[in-house]
Design a protein around this ligand. Structure first.
Ligand SMILES: Nc1ncnc2c1ncn2[C@@H]1O[C@H](COP(=O)(O)OP(=O)(O)OP(=O)(O)O)[C@@H](O)[C@H]1O
Ligand SMILES: [Mg+2]
Length: 320
């Protein structure tokens, strides 16, 4: 062995072992943390929620009810539909509901980018899931793992491994998948998802609910009628689109603060608007230069804890 080779092998011995590298690769691809999303965070989709309860929660809770020859839990459930319609959130909510269950969240895009280790990751995933009493494996964006046009050998191998694992003995493991491009999934894999749930764009009444969920506990002055109006006006919007509209609306008061040349004491503003809080003391609110009590100043002059949180309102936040 020449000196150069010895040095090289010494360096290699300080590198992580193959196993460590593999574990490192698993983190970020497969998450086992229980998400913090509840059914209430997801508006509408009632029939999908029912199917998930019937296909996942009830078989876990009452296994005897599903142990007969004919009544068996669904073998693989696939959620498909347009982007941003709540598919991923719905499964996360399911995982929150399914207590006493191990939840494995799998990012398909990350697995398929792991080239040579993709197969091993899938094997470990299914083996670990089978070792737990009850497991849910959620493969998000499943099309990335099982595309119809896997031109690379390693991707083909990942797809084959996935087929093998899906066909294996998965008694205590429920596999769920989600995709917004179901036509991109290889037919042999699509077949492995026995139950398919179509998640559609929300209708007006659900959009109204989504506006409320997205506004959360932000201070606002929207009436029931305003929410109904917003729902009606957003035909064709997904839940994600609505979340962006609300984010924009929430930013408007911030922008007002940033660009204001005048502020006035919030107390005076509240006197004109009795619905506003009456505990505002000496807080400042941005206003026009002509407003009563306007003081020429910018946000840098307003102390940290002296800014009045402006309402999100229909007129100034959603129509302006
Ligand atoms: N029904 C809904 N109720 C409340 N919020 C929703 C709903 N649908 C979507 N959203 C909002 O949109 C965001 C994106 O939703 P999600 O990631 O679940 O969509 P997706 O269907 O998985 O999309 P993709 O197919 O692009 O992965 C959610 O985090 C949530 O804020
Ligand atoms: Mg998703």
């Amino acid at each position: 062995m020449d000196k150069k080779t010895i040095e090289k092998s010494d360096v290699n011995s300080t590198q992580p072992t193959g196993a460590n590298t593999f574990n490192d690769q698993m983190s970020g691809i497969i998450l086992m943390e229980r998400p913090n999303v509840s059914w209430d965070n997801v508006a509408g989709l009632d029939s999908a929620k029912k199917t998930l309860i019937e296909g996942v929660i009830l078989p876990l809770k009452y296994p005897d009810l599903f142990s007969g020859r004919h009544r068996r839990p669904w073998n693989g459930i696939l959620l498909y539909g347009p982007p941003g319609t709540g598919k991923s959130d719905l499964i996360q909510a399911l995982a929150t509901e399914a207590t006493n269950t191990s939840f494995f969240y799998v990012s398909s895009r990350k697995i398929s980018s792991k080239w040579s280790d993709g197969e091993k990751i899938l094997q470990t995933l299914f083996t670990t899931a089978r070792e737990h009493t009850n497991s849910i494996i959620f493969i998000d964006e499943v099309d990335a793992l099982s595309g119809t046009c896997s031109e690379y050998e390693s991707l083909r191998r990942i797809k084959t491994e996935f087929l093998i694992q899906m066909s294996g003995e998965n008694r205590n493991v429920q596999v769920l998948g989600a995709t917004h491009t179901p036509w991109m999934i290889d037919a042999s894999i699509r077949k492995r998802f026995e139950k398919r749930i179509n998640i559609t764009l929300p209708e007006a009444s659900v959009r109204t609910e989504i506006f409320k969920i997205q506004l959360g506990n932000a201070v606002h002055s929207l009436s029931e009628e305003d929410f109904t109006e917003l729902g009606k006006r957003t035909n064709g919007f997904s839940g994600y689109d609505i979340s962006v509209v609300v984010k924009e609306a929430l930013m408007k008061p911030v922008r007002k603060v940033q660009t204001a040349t005048h502020f006035r004491k919030a107390e005076e503003a509240c006197n004109e608007n009795p619905s506003a809080s009456d505990t505002v003391d000496d807080l400042f609110i941005p206003c026009s230069s002509k407003a009563i009590g306007a003081i020429e100043m910018s946000w840098v002059d307003v102390p940290k804890d002296k800014l009045f949180e402006t309402n999100v309102s229909m007129v100034s936040s959603f129509q302006g």
